[in-house]
Design a protein. Structure first.
Length: 424
């Protein structure tokens, strides 16, 4: 497997200037995959090609996209394709770059997905704060309509599709797919019970595919070049390329598209130019705030879904945050908790109360008023949250705190040293 990409599959704007412009996109084989699909492929062939390519969801869970599409019932109408462009995980900023710099790739991916599942309407749900992203995206949608790639009877095929852009108000929970659907329907952005799953009863209780921006942007390459070409990149079980948003204490933070399976060390040292001032890596949050923290000794782990789990963490949405020896890891853990406290939607008490208490205990410790009992209390609180939260947001809180306590206990103890215990 080659570590360096000969060309970008998703980040084509890095190879071709002004690809956000529809004429430039068309010149670079843009909308050819859609034309091929509409002219030569049955809907099921599109799904099968995506299945064969092994494209996995890039929003975090890594669920195979083609398999998800095949769950959509054939005989219920209307059906919807919803694009998760809420991108709120701390440290993730990849979808934004796709939408700003190569928006037609996403639109073509949506059209292919809609054709495959028989949907004639699609909604892109984005973060309201990203106005600089969504203005050009709306322009791209308008241009695609003008060129006949969206709208009624696309390219004379009989297939029709409308895409609407919907901006949320910037809530992390609205990235959770069922909360997103509620928000899209004008309800409070809180998660729904599952089952029923969105594939069966999603938007307006109709069959709905929900995919991440990067996932759908991977589809045109697969349809144009075939599953085998896609599988030349990545590993057997994690095929293709993935965009990693690298941030934290590195010299060159940014988005990097790499074949899945590339060593973490390559991302940090070669792409990111290493750690600032040549310091030692003390920890890595490979999937933003929701990650189990990996110690600095895990740099040789490969960035694919399986290897990351084997190393005790997860690939998630690929937001790699690097902590070095200048970082107080208790402070870093508190920052994550502040985020989760702010973003907890309040629907279930383990998450609502758990994040509240974690924030209060972490604040006490970081302010220098904590005791050893408080450190023990952190473990008790996450023990009460684990497995009891209504949705994954609350569950995301647990691994970060647990691994932080495991890896950096000496720092916790140092911060509470000398403080008197409260009487029992
Ligand atoms: C709290 C929470 C936040 C999430 N935020 C996002 C997000 O910002 N973008 C995203 O694509 N998926 C997000 N997800 C995952 C989605 O629920 C869903 O799995 C994903 O959109 C499915 O698309 P994919 O299969 O293409 O990854 C989030 C999940 C949770 C639990």
């Amino acid at each position: 497997m080659s570590k360096v990409l000969d060309k970008h599959l998703i980040f084509r704007h890095r190879d071709i200037e002004n690809i956000h412009n529809i004429d430039v996109y068309i010149k670079d084989n843009g909308y050819e995959a859609l034309k091929n699909a509409l002219n030569e492929m049955k809907t099921v062939d599109v799904t099968n090609q995506v299945k064969a390519a092994g494209l996995r969801g890039r929003g975090g869970a890594g669920f195979p996209a083609g398999v998800k599409w095949s769950f959509i019932p054939k005989d219920i109408f209307p059906k919807y394709v919803v694009v998760n462009a809420d991108e709120s995980e701390p440290g993730t900023f990849k979808d934004r770059e796709i939408m700003e710099k190569n928006p037609h790739l996403l639109l073509e991916g949506i059209a292919l997905c809609a054709y495959a599942v028989g949907a004639s309407a699609s909604y892109i749900y984005g973060r309201g704060e990203f106005l600089s992203t969504f203005r050009p995206l709306q322009q791209a949608i308008d241009d695609a309509y003008k060129h006949g790639f969206l709208g009624q009877n696309i390219l004379g095929s009989g297939f029709s599709l409308d895409i609407r852009l919907h901006l949320g108000a910037g809530a992390y929970i609205c990235g959770e797919e069922t909360a997103l659907l509620n928000s899209l329907e004008g309800l409070m952005g809180q998660p729904r019970n599952r089952p029923p799953f969105p594939a069966v009863a999603g938007l307006y209780a109709k069959p709905t595919v929900i995919n991440n921006v990067e996932t759908l942007s991977g589809v045109p390459y697969i349809i144009l070049n075939g599953a085998d070409a896609y599988r030349k990149y990545g590993t057997d079980r994690s095929p293709g390329t993935k965009i990693f948003s690298l941030s934290g204490r590195v010299n060159k933070p940014g988005n990097y598209e790499l074949p899945l399976g590339t060593p973490l060390r390559y991302l940090i040292e070669e792409c990111g130019g290493g750690v600032i001032d040549g310091k030692r890596v003390k920890g890595i949050l490979p999937s933003g705030a929701a990650s189990s923290i990996m110690g600095g000794d895990k740099l040789d782990t490969h960035l694919d879904y399986e290897s990351m789990v084997e190393a005790g963490s997860m690939l998630g949405s690929g937001s790699v945050i690097v902590l070095d020896e200048t970082i107080n890891c208790v402070w870093a853990a508190k920052k994550n908790i502040d985020f989760f406290r702010h973003e907890s939607c309040g629907k279930c008490s383990p998450c609502r109360e758990g994040t509240h208490w974690l924030k209060s205990v972490y604040s006490k410790i970081v302010d220098g008023r904590g005791t050893k009992q408080d450190v023990e209390l952190l473990a008790t609180i996450i023990g009460q949250m684990e497995g009891n939260c209504f949705c994954p947001l609350g569950e995301f809180v647990v691994p970060g705190v647990r691994t932080s306590l495991g890896l950096y206990m000496d720092e916790y103890l140092e911060m509470v040293a000398g403080n008197e215990e409260a009487p029992q």
